[in-house]
Structures are given as structure tokens and as C-alpha cells.
Design a binder for this molecule. Structure first.
Ligand code: OXD
Ligand code: MN
Length: 593
């Protein structure tokens, strides 16, 4: 940790552009101290001590949860704020109809006033971070200036932070410029502004992960998608996992799911008994950066180094590997705690333990109508804790992707699995991805929200152009991955899920991998390829064959309604919706007759 930003005295970097920018921002925010983070263990200890002394972190039971701490956020600051998230491009059109837009000069002025003197009496931490593996041509450097020690400690888990990032940057000036100030955490003075044309992010008035851990949604997705478009690659809201066969053959898939669809669980899945000898390896649980490799295949890296996962619902059944991962060196935010300093959340165990303290620090009684843990309570854990972390997670070249999967939460219509006819149809499946709202969120339950490629809140430019970029990638990838759609959430007439999900999803994944390698049959339907009877390995599965038939069936009437509803969304995208996608919809619809 270095407490000077002076060029001559800064042993961490000689990068003049960086030092000049840090000085300029420090002049604006006027902190008492500027501390450059080097990413060392010693620094982690002292930042943690400081956070504990200030009451920002509370140590948990160090016998049960070594190296774990609890953070309670301001109760008004518990989630991403899409309505306060802006894309600040020169023209409104560049941000497109699905983003909130602010004119860049207006945004700089408005937020500049809020930053002015905001760090008086406080410390500005200079957090250099690397998104992507060390030495990878795919990786990008960001610098986050923040007055939150919680942010600095979380960034240390979520990214490759400190010296390593400055070394990768060298003397170049092309780093992402991120500035974050807590202010008084007032939603009226909360803005998350992205300036893709300046590679800059300004965030004020929040301490919540998605708004302030600037490497994640802000850089890796919003700015990343813009860089991907201009530089010819893809920044996607996708997990990356490796499937290893008993013979040791590895295949990798990337999969996009909107929130509340079990993405982290899928990324760390344990195959069922029937698949003894098969292994799933996690490369990433949230974000994929994908480029065409020299061999003509699509290669992916996970730009992150940790998991910022939703705690509620995580348990020994839904995700045993996550339970191991979060058992040490983890920062918990807004979970409940037991009298002996253990953590708890809804769904961790059937019965809540006695004597809980809720996420706001209040005593919590069993049977209370209020949740003990906030529904969006989180864990931040290093990926190196994951027992099934892929050996390739640090590979500068990334991993070759054989299949891309789009999945949503749909109680009807969308079958368990479907393979696209071709790239355009695959992009169409991604573009029309929808997911039903759940009881966990406010608003009406069961309404389909369209979320193209699960990127609606994260695309840093016009959505129609983004879809056009996806279509255009076809001619750049000589050996493209095959594209699939999945739905683990279809329900029978009795409202019960037809498919057991969790580890059993391995059966579907196996068909996907086999299809991607041209090793298994399929049946062509009007809407895409599906497994023929007998293609899906169902042995040892304790659900009736009829349920599987129903989960995989195609209901023509429901699909007609689906195509109508897709049109409503396409209308919202406006004139930049690529024509091939509009025609694809018409083709599928007219096939149905
Ligand atoms: C996340 C999200 O936190 O998608 O990953 O909201
Ligand atoms: Mn996400």
C-alpha cells in the first residue's frame, strides 16, 4: 500500500497518464489520503483490520468460517439500480431504446458536482485491476478509484488486483477510468454512468456490488460489449464450463441465463450417479469474453477471478461446490447470522436456526413474515476456493467453445432443449430469450420479460446493433459453436416442475455436447432439432417418462402466442433490429401455418 501518488515517489508505476489522471480525480474529490493498492497479503490484512475497526466488516466465527466477514449495507442500497444506470454516448441513438441515456457533458457536470470534495476526511483507494488471465491478449486493465474499503476488498477477490494489473498495463494509457464515491448513499444522488466512447465509468451514491465493483457489470459487460463491437469480439453475460468425459475428453460450453435461473449452480454442477466418471469444471459463473482463435474456433476467457453469488437458495443440494467455496475467505453481504457467528439465509437449511440476527442487525423470530437474509444477499469468494475450478481458468488463451446455450425460466412453451438450425436461428433464440418474473422480485409473478442474450441490463450500446454484431460474427468464425436453447423450468398442468434440474441437467448437457461433436441423433421439428426418443440418457432418473415427453413437447398454439409476443419486443427495438431476425421470426411462424 503506497500513500503517495507522486510520480517520483510511486514505486508501483511510472505510468504518467495514470498518475496524472489519479491526481486530477484526487483534486476533484479531495480525499485526505490517496492509497495505491498493490494486491499483497499484507495489504489485505491491513485493509481488513481497517474495515473491522470502522464497523464496515464484522468477523464471523473464525473456526467455522476462517477468513470470513459480514457486511451490512445501507438498507436502501441492496441491488443494481437499472433506472439510475446510464449509457452516456454522444447520441441517444448510440445507447439505443433499451438503455437510459444521458448526454456525456451533462453527466460529467452533474456527477462532477457530486464528486467535488466528496472524499474530504476520507481515503481514496487506487485499485488497479486486470479483467482476464495474466498475460492474455484478451485481458483489459481498469483502475477504480473508490472511497470504500469494502469495494477495495471485494475488488481484490473479484479481479486480479494490484501490481499484476499495473505490470500488464505498463506505460499504456488505454486503461478503463473508474471513479466511485459513496457520498451519503442517498438514492436521490445515486448514478451509475458509463462513457463507452471514453472508456470511463463514474458511479456515485451506492455501495452495492453490481453498481460499484466496476470490473463486473460496468466494465466486463457494458463497456466490454462496446469494446467487443468495435474490436470484433463478444463480451457476454455467460458462464463457461468444461465437461470431461470418463475418457478424459474435454468440451467447453458458454451459457447465458437471466437472473434467478440457477446460473452459478449450473456452472458448478455435480453430475448424477448415472454419470459416474463425468466431471464438470467451472471456468466462470457469470461473464465470458470470446474471440476467434488462430484455429478458427471461438475461444473464451472468464474476465473475473471470483464469484459474487446470490446466497438464498444455495445449499448442500442445490450447489455443494458453492458451499465449499464460500466456507473461507468470503465476504458476506446482508445475510443473517446465528448466535455463534455462522451465516444463514432462506433455503440454506429447511429450518432456520434459533436466535438469528437478520440482515439489518435486528433479532429475527421464526415464522416472521420478513426474510432473515435479504433476498439479494451475496457472497464474494475467490474462484480458487472452488473445488471444481477448471485448470484452464488462468489460461491466457482461454478455452474453445463447442456450444452456446441460452436458457430462461419458462413455465410453458419452451421445450427442455432445442438445437438451432443454423447461426442466424441460434442468434434469434438468444435475441428472443425470455424469463418469467419470480416471487423474489417485486411486480407481477409469471410475466415473461424479454432479455436478449440475458444482456438487457448490460448491453452498453444499441440492442439492435448488438444483435447485428452477433449475426456478423458468423463470417468471422470459421468453426462456430452450435447454439442451443434450454428450459429447466417447464411445469405440468399440476404446476409441478416436469424436469428435476440441478445435477440431472447433465443429461441434457451430454446431448448438447454430443450434438456439438456430431455424435448423436436428433429429430428435426418445425422449431429446431430436439433429441429423438432414446437420445437423452434417462436411466436411473426417478421421474415418469411422460413428464420428460411433456417437458420436451412442442405446443403449436402456445408457440403462435410466443411469436406474437416476440414481435412486441422486436417492435420496441425499432429500426436497428437486424432484418434477418425479423425474417427468421416470420419464417418460423409461417412454418407453423
Ligand atoms: C449478477 C446479476 O449479479 O446478473 O450477476 O445481477
Ligand atoms: Mn450476472
Amino acid at each position: 500500500m503506497i500513500a503517495k501518488s507522486n510520480l517520483d515517489q510511486n514505486p508501483l508505476t511510472k505510468n504518467e497518464a495514470l498518475i496524472a489522471w489519479v491526481d486530477e480525480m484526487a483534486k476533484l474529490c479531495k480525499p485526505d489520503r490517496v492509497v495505491w493498492c498493490d494486491g499483497s497479503e499484507q495489504e489485505k490484512r491491513s485493509l481488513t483490520e481497517e474495515a473491522v475497526a470502522k464497523g464496515i466488516l464484522t468477523p464471523l466465527n473464525q473456526q467455522k468460517l476462517p477468513g470470513c466477514y459480514l457486511h451490512r449495507s445501507n438498507p436502501n442500497d441492496v441491488a443494481r439500480v437499472e433506472h439510475l444506470t446510464f449509457i452516456c454516448t454522444k447520441t441517444r441513438e448510440a445507447a439505443g431504446p433499451t438503455n437510459h441515456w444521458m448526454e456525456p457533458q451533462e453527466a460529467y457536470q452533474k456527477l462532477g458536482k457530486l464528486y467535488d470534495g466528496s472524499m474530504k476526511g476520507r481515503t481514496m483507494y487506487v485499485v488497479p485491476y486486470l479483467m482476464g488471465p495474466v498475460g492474455s491478449p484478451y485481458s483489459k486493465v481498469g483502475i477504480e478509484l473508490t472511497d470504500s474499503v469494502y469495494v477495495a476488498l471485494n475488488m481484490r477477490i473479484m479481479t486480479r488486483m494490484g501490481r499484476v494489473a499495473l505490470e500488464q498495463l505498463g506505460g499504456r494509457g488505454d486503461f478503463n477510468r473508474g471513479l466511485h464515491a459513496m457520498l451519503d448513499c442517498n438514492p436521490d444522488r445515486r448514478f451509475i454512468c458509463h462513457f463507452p466512447e471514453d472508456n470511463t465509468i463514474w458511479s456515485v451514491g451506492s455501495g452495492y456490488g453490481g453498481n460499484v465493483l466496476l470490473g463486473k457489470k460496468c466494465l466486463a459487460l457494458r463497456i466490454g460489449s462496446y469494446l467487443g463491437k468495435t474490436e470484433g469480439w463478444l463480451a457476454e453475460h455467460m458462464l463457461i464450463l468444461g465437461v470431461e468425459s470418463p475418457e478424459g475428453q474435454m468440451s467447453y460450453v458458454a451459457a447465458a441465463f437471466p437472473s434467478a435461473c440457477g446460473k452459478t449452480n449450473f456452472a458448478m454442477m455435480i453430475p448424477p450417479k448415472r454419470f459416474d466418471g463425468w466431471k464438470i469444471w467451472t471456468v466462470g459463473d457469470d461473464i465470458a469474453w470470446m474471440r476467434v482463435g488462430p484455429d478458427g474456433r471461438l475461444w473464451a476467457v472468464n474476465p473475473e477471478a471470483g464469484y459474487f453469488g446470490v446466497a438464498p437458495g444455495t445449499n448442500e443440494k442445490s450447489n455443494p461446490n458453492a458451499m465449499r467455496t464460500i466456507s473461507r475467505d468470503t465476504i458476506y453481504t446482508n445475510v443473517a447470522v446465528t448466535p455463534d457467528g455462522d451465516v444463514w439465509w432462506e433455503g440454506k437449511s429447511k429450518e432456520p436456526p434459533d436466535g438469528l440476527t437478520d440482515w439489518q442487525g435486528r433479532p429475527w423470530k421464526k415464522g416472521s413474515a420478513e426474510k432473515a437474509a435479504h433476498p439479494n444477499s451475496r457472497f464474494t469468494s475467490p474462484m480458487t476456493n472452488n473445488p471444481v475450478l477448471s485448470k484452464q481458468a488462468d489460461d491466457p488463451q482461454g478455452v474453445p467453445i463447442s456450444a452456446i446455450i441460452f436458457g430462461g425460466r419458462r413455465s410453458s412453451t419452451v421445450p427442455l432443449v432445442l438445437q438451432s438450425f443454423n447461426w442466424t436461428h441460434g442468434v434469434f433464440l438468444g435475441a428472443t430469450l425470455g424469463s418469467e418474473t419470480t416471487a423474489a422480485a417485486t411486480g407481477k409473478v409469471g410475466v415473461v420479460r424479454r432479455d436478449p442474450m440475458a444482456m438487457l441490463p448490460f448491453c452498453g450500446y444499441d440492442m439492435g446493433e448488438y444483435l447485428g454484431h452477433w449475426l456478423g460474427m458468423q463470417s468471422k468464425i470459421p468453426y462456430p459453436p452450435k447454439i442451443f436453447q434450454v428450459n429447466w423450468f417447464r411445469q405440468g398442468k399440476d404446476g409441478k416442475f416436469l424436469w428435476p434440474g440441478y445435477g440431472e441437467n447433465m443429461r441434457v448437457l451430454k446431448w448438447i455436447i454430443d450434438r456439438a461433436h456430431g455424435r448423436v441423433g436428433g429429430q428435426e421439428t418445425l422449431l429446431g432439432w430436439v433429441p429423438k426418443a432414446g437420445d437423452l440418457d434417462l436411466s436411473g432418473l426417478s421421474i415418469p417418462a411422460e413428464a420428460v415427453d411433456e417437458a420436451t413437447s412442442i405446443d403449436v398454439a402456445a408457440w403462435k402466442a410466443e411469436f406474437e409476443s416476440q414481435q412486441e419486443f422486436f417492435d420496441q427495438l425499432g429500426r436497428t433490429l437486424p432484418r434477418p431476425l425479423a425474417l427468421q421470426r416470420e419464417l418460423l411462424m409461417s412454418r407453423l401455418g
